[in-house]
Design a protein around this ligand. Sequence first.
Ligand SMILES: NC(=O)c1ccc[n+]([C@@H]2O[C@H](COP(=O)([O-])OP(=O)(O)OC[C@H]3O[C@@H](n4cnc5c(N)ncnc54)[C@H](OP(=O)(O)O)[C@@H]3O)[C@@H](O)[C@H]2O)c1
Length: 268
Amino acid sequence: MRVLVIGAGNMGLTYAEGMSKSTLLNRHNLMIYDKSRELIASLSKIEYFDVYEDIEKCLPTADIVFLAVKPYHCEEMFKELKPLVNKEQVFVSIMAGVTINTIQEGLDLEKVVRAMPNLPAQVGKGVTSYTASGEVSRIELLTVRNLLDTTGESIKVENENFIDASTGISGSGPAYIFYFMQSMLEAALKMGFSKNDSKILVSKTFEGAVELFNQSDLSPESWMDRVASKGGTTRAALDSMDDNNVKELIKNAAYAAFERAVELGKEK
Ligand SMILES: NC(=O)c1ccc[n+]([C@@H]2O[C@H](COP(=O)([O-])OP(=O)(O)OC[C@H]3O[C@@H](n4cnc5c(N)ncnc54)[C@H](OP(=O)(O)O)[C@@H]3O)[C@@H](O)[C@H]2O)c1
């Protein structure tokens, strides 16, 4: 199996690195291509994949092709790739908002997987949702899943509506967590903690809470009840959040991202 990653930016490199560390591929079966000559020159020193500056030399030899360019570059990329693709190849797109149908029409082929990763993929802790066109076989889909899992975990979703929905939860989600972290950091600084101590207090609190959650079957609500006692400090904080409708506001924010993902898809 030969895999080509098109677009050596943040996400393309993350996938190339993830796949290179797995036992799924040997080094010379992992290829990366980018249209930027400077980027290609700087990547040529990296040992764990083969870097290409001519699409003609790598695309025809690939079995699975990852599309990792920005969505607004897809039309231009389709024109470049179309004469070189064959219908047996499986294309895996991580481009936000670009539908399976757009890719099938743009490249005149059938086998397309659409995936929505998230930023923690960079540290092997990503979560990716994916769905595929009916022409992708079960074996091909299993292979793609194994490749996606090299950056964390993945879940197969029923249709593209869930890809847009997962943009609102896991795709954009890391930014919501950073928003919460930023608010707590600002509160800690205001209380007089140093920058360094604030960082430790906040990051360890997040890490510890997630670990507790992962190691049990309790819901976040049950965990909240365990931390909060009647008339205590945590209850004061949670009551303040409830009085200000924070939960509803966060749900609305996730829906705003979901709706924007749908809108972006229609603009393509
Ligand atoms: N970052 C995230 O957290 C995240 C999460 C989910 C999905 N995604 C999706 O991942 C995709 C990649 O995002 P990114 O942040 O990695 O983008 P990026 O850092 O801009 O990387 C894209 C790379 O592709 C290159 N490129 C553009 N057109 C090309 C072409 N025709 N052929 C080959 N290479 C081409 C770009 O070169 P130039 O810079 O010269 O244009 C750039 O080096 C996007 O579609 C995004 O929607 C990202």
